[in-house]
Write a protein that binds this ligand. Structure first.
Ligand code: ZN
Ligand code: ZN
Length: 162
């Protein structure tokens, strides 16, 4: 794998022109889809720091980085297909439906998922972050949302986190 090889995220660009600037912190993702692609790519390269940094800030301390790292390593990734990008889901959320392919003992298999992303102000700009539904949050539905939107949790990110 060199920087001129096609990017593992399935775009037609080279890694250097696609996910590398995001992984290196030179650029931020413009859309939830771009963030999702760069996160898949980070799993391929076992770039755990990037996976953590692109998860909602209020979930980051709760992530099991060892489990993320083990999973990225154990999986023999075989490509990504973005099925659908719902770019606007209310004011600050978006969803991306995708199939992340991997080689299995029986051939090729896919994790078919619908991921939710939240757009949060970070300094003078807004950034997209992944909302991890596997992270157990101790928030009550009436509490202000942890993303800082000022809305109640149940009306904001709580809709997408069980
Ligand atoms: Zn890419
Ligand atoms: Zn929220």
């Amino acid at each position: 794998m060199t920087h001129t090889s096609p990017c593992p995220c399935g775009s037609t660009l080279s890694y250097a022109d696609c996910c590398a600037p995001l992984h290196l912190g030179q650029k931020i993702a413009d859309t939830a889809e771009q963030l999702m692609r760069s996160r898949y790519c980070a799993f391929v390269f076992q770039h755990v720091e990037y996976i953590v940094a692109t998860t909602a800030p209020f979930q980051q301390p709760l992530l099991d980085t060892q489990a993320i790292s083990d999973w990225a390593k154990q999986t023999n990734w075989a490509g990504l297909e973005v099925v659908n990008h719902l770019a606007k889901l209310g004011k600050r959320h978006a969803q991306v439906e995708f199939k992340a392919y991997f080689h299995s003992t029986t051939g090729k298999d896919a994790h078919h998922e619908l991921s939710t992303f939240v757009n949060i102000p970070s300094g003078r700009i807004n950034r997209w972050y992944f909302l991890d539904p596997t992270v157990v949050m101790s928030v009550t539905q009436k509490q202000p949302c942890l993303c800082g939107s000022g809305e109640k949790y149940k009306r904001c990110c709580g809709q997408f986190l069980a």
